[in-house]
Design a protein around this ligand. Structure first.
Ligand code: FPP
Length: 243
């Protein structure tokens, strides 16, 4: 399992991955789009494990957006099946998370998720809540605008109930009502597959994130690509609006 891990002077604390290009990967091989997602799910595990081994403490993987429900029903079903299969692996996945002390957290709207998937999500979160070395966020039924809207509603309810005054609404308070509350914002967001958009991913959290993109399709993404991102990250001069 020990891979040849280069030494990095500065590591991002949090990396966001937009897992794009699965459909094209499958099409290039004359396969169904779902075959690309299946391969992409293996890449998710491989890259997540490698990042943990390198020392990345937080990762967020964009697995299903609030807009992805508009895809053909068969594709949506295939994706839901993949998520369930991953969560159902039970002992195998628990052992895997145990080795790296990985906590799983799902971010996104839960209301309209299939009930059986929701139960598996809650179980996986509960079982891994004891780990604090690495946090793996899986953005599922996630949209950055929906997340901010959700936070606004929660805060409004508190104001309405008299628990909070309008003057107490600060950026910090809003940050405490988004799904990744308590976690550092992503230092760098990675998008493979030749697209240069955020696509509603971590809208609040990405205010100062670096962006890294490449033409590689997600299923082809390798540990070597992670090394390139990390090498590149050392050279970025992050000023957060200062000079
Ligand atoms: C976008 O690529 C990808 C998705 C909508 C799904 C991503 C999900 C996975 C990789 C599965 C993750 C699995 C687990 C267990 C978390 P696309 O299909 O839009 O690619 P295209 O632009 O080439 O069509």
């Amino acid at each position: 399992m020990e891979k040849n891990i280069p030494k990095f002077d500065v590591l991002p604390q949090h990396i966001g991955f937009i897992m794009d290009g699965n459909g094209r990967w499958a099409k290039m091989r004359g396969l169904e789009r779902s075959a690309g997602h299946k391969e992409g799910a293996m890449t998710f595990r491989r890259i997540g494990e490698y990042c943990a081994d390198v020392g990345i403490k937080y990762m967020t993987f964009y697995a299903f957006s609030t807009e992805n429900w508009n895809r053909p029903k068969s594709e949506v079903l295939a994706l839901m099946k993949l998520f369930k299969e991953y969560l159902k692996e039970g002992d195998e996945r628990i052992a895997e998370n145990d080795i790296r002390q990985m906590r799983l957290k799902f971010i996104g709207e839960r209301d309209n998720l299939p009930k059986d998937l929701l139960r598996l999500i809650e179980k996986a979160e509960k079982e891994s809540a004891k780990y604090d070395k690495v946090t793996v966020n899986i953005a599922l039924n996630y949209g950055g605008r929906a997340e901010i809207t959700h936070a606004v509603k929660e805060i409004s309810e508190k104001v309405k109930a008299g628990e909070l005054s309008v003057d107490e609404i600060t950026e910090e308070l809003v940050g405490n009502h988004i799904y990744t509350a308590g976690q550092p914002d992503p230092d760098i967001i990675v998008r493979p597959s030749g697209e240069y958009r955020l696509s509603n991913f971590m809208t609040w959290q990405s205010a100062y994130s670096e962006f890294w993109y490449s033409d590689i399709l997600w299923p082809d993404f390798t540990e070597e690509d992670v090394n390139k991102i990390l090498e590149d990250y050392q050279k970025r001069n992050r000023r957060f609006g200062g000079v």
